[in-house]
Design a protein around this ligand. Structure first.
Ligand SMILES: O=C(O)CCC(=O)C(=O)O
Ligand SMILES: [Fe+2]
Length: 296
């Protein structure tokens, strides 16, 4: 078994078909060298000042830098990538009326790192969600080449359909080997983990994950990218981060400065004066209202 690769012009259907079968697929050569240079340039000041992880999961030779929407303009472009967003929407929509950005992190695995513990990312929600509900669409953008030697992500294709306790045999573990500028797409339900780095170079990936609007985000987007920074980003990106409602009343807020009670319940979009309807692809209030009668 191997992780399948698609060309950059692959259709959404092709991507979804492989995700359904394997829970992981690589799209080759999506980013230009200019984009890669810009991402490295934007992330380097943070990476050099960040300490390595402190346990087996985060890795003693691995650096993780979050808050990428606040810190890197090029990572914002990746988060809004139209194909990835369409795949996320289509993948998550059977169980949600909308999706949001769930996690951003640059993960830099240095030489000498050992294999990360294999896991399913959906474990962050504690196992309460029925397994038939897919709750995460993940991407890792390769900023350096990803090779088996330098720590390419280990993946067990097809393990999203396995019995919960089945463990992979050695021969079932594949590696998301790809050229820099490619993107590996995988689900929250597939067994995977960072690879060991036995090379003399670092492996850098930008991880951007998406989840339904009704779930708590792994990385708190409102603290990682607070309103004074978010105000200068595009309405689309703000909505994707969660500065938007995920349903009729889901995610409303009250303006703490409003003493007259005039704005008792406002939609987060109003915080920046955006118009809710314009960004309806994230906001599905109308759909929720009509659906709620069916659910009762
Ligand atoms: O670094 C990698 O390749 C994977 C990291 C990962 O799966 C995680 O930290 O959840
Ligand atoms: Fe993971």
């Amino acid at each position: 078994m191997e992780i399948r690769h698609l060309n950059a012009d692959a259709s959404i259907e092709e991507v979804l078909e492989i995700i359904d079968q394997d829970a992981g697929v690589i799209i080759d050569n999506v980013l230009s060298q200019n984009q890669l240079d810009k991402i490295s340039e934007e992330l380097n000041p943070y990476l050099v000042n960040t300490k390595e992880g402190q346990d087996d999961f985060t890795g003693f030779n691995t650096r993780r830098v979050g808050a990428l929407m606040a810190r890197s303009s090029e990572c914002r472009v990746l988060a809004l990538d139209p194909k990835i967003n369409e795949v996320s929407k289509r993948f998550l929509e059977p169980h949600s009326d909308g999706y949001q950005l769930h996690f951003t992190s640059a993960i830099d695995i240095a030489p000498g790192e050992s294999e990360q513990i294999l896991h399913r990312d959906r474990g962050v929600w504690g196992g309460y969600i029925p397994r038939k509900i897919e709750t995460q669409l993940s991407t890792v953008w390769a900023i350096t080449d990803f090779t088996k030697e330098n720590g390419a992500t280990q993946v067990v294709p097809g393990s999203h359909k396995w019995d919960r306790n089945r463990e992979p045999l050695e021969g079932e573990i594949c590696f998301a080997e790809m050229k820099k500028g490619s993107v590996f797409i995988y689900t929250g339900s597939v067994i995977h983990g960072g690879g060991a780095n036995n090379s003399d170079e670092n492996r850098l990936g930008v991880f951007l994950h998406y989840a339904p609007t009704w779930l708590r985000q792994e990385e708190n987007q409102y603290l990682s990218c607070p309103p004074h920074i978010a105000k200068d980003l595009t309405p689309e990106l703000r909505a994707l981060m969660g500065y938007s409602k995920g349903g009729y009343v889901l995610g409303f807020y009250s303006d703490p400065e409003d003493k007259n009670g005039e704005l008792e319940s406002v939609s987060p979009e109003k915080m920046f004066g955006d118009f809710k309807d314009k960004y309806g692809f994230i906001n599905s209030a109308d759909k929720l209202v009509s659906d709620s009668s069916e659910r009762k």
